[in-house]
Design a protein around this ligand. Sequence first.
Ligand code: AMP
Ligand code: TRP
Length: 327
Amino acid sequence: MKRLLTGLQPSGDLTIGSLIGGIKQSVEYQNEYDSFIFVPDLHAITVPQDPTLLRDRIKKNVALYLACGINPNKNTIYLQSENVYHTNLSWVLECHTYMGEANRMTQYKDKSKKQENVSVGLFTYPILMAADILLYDADYVPVGIDQKQHVELARDIAMRFNKKYGSTFNVPNPLIPKVGAKIMDLQTPTKKMSKSDTETKGIIFLLDSEEVIRKKIMSAVTDSEAKVYYDIENKPGISNLLTIYSSFSGLSIEKTEEKFKDFNYGNLKKEVADVVVEKLMQIQKKYQEYMDSGIVDEVLNQGREKVEKIARQKYEEVMHKLGLGRN
Ligand code: AMP
Ligand code: TRP
């Protein structure tokens, strides 16, 4: 079975966009691949973080992933910071990456423009990401298009290393997910619903209460035509509500459109709120059970134990090839 590896940034609370666009795909992949899912918490500190919030979010997000259907028996789930070989290998890879290559990373250019004090860690972050991937000989790395360049860097470093020291790392492939439904912000339906936005009125978080979910959906921005049909260009608000209904109910967009063609906007919103509430209440119930049961720690302990062995072996091979240490 081919190995798939992906990192889930703990940078914000998960939204229905994360569920529809990301988690749902991972739930499908788990049946096809030997899946490794880890929380790149060391990556999170490349920008300032509040330690209490970060600690809380890491565990919450893992519990939410499980509640959304990520099966701990089919996935190896672990925290990056609990395995020292990520940073050990990252140093070795830094010494095999050229400044010119690192300088070309467009995400660094974007992110560093938005900050006052840019850390060296933000600059070297793609090399830590290469270590995350190469340590486990991943075949596939599902990432958004913004991360493709980083996976290509990992490939280049792997090939260079293999050429110089003999076959050591598997050369990974980025896996760009098929474009699924894109969930837009309820207040600004021309913009993607994003978990890191500071204006939260148009964002449904997976842990929002029923009351808050209903309120956010009932006040979603629409248009003045008072006719329900799907037209992203001219009716982004209504189209987004139809997309949300379709994604949560499993009904196609065409059938969803047909179902609501004679509804007024208020009644459409109420139906959308009903399916979202039903699904999220199920998820929240499971989430609470996972949080109360200690299973998150169990899963993370098991993951840590398993990946430590794999990573140590790979790192020792690398040390040997480089002439480091005594063996
Ligand atoms: P995030 O939760 O933002 O880290 O994203 C996790 C995955 O969900 C990524 O593959 C994103 O592309 C996807 N995603 C995030 N927000 C949305 C959204 N509003 N609509 C569709 N997919 C999304
Ligand atoms: N950089 C990725 C992001 O911002 C997260 C990440 C870190 C990752 N290490 C990884 C993703 C390794 C895939 C493989 O989303």
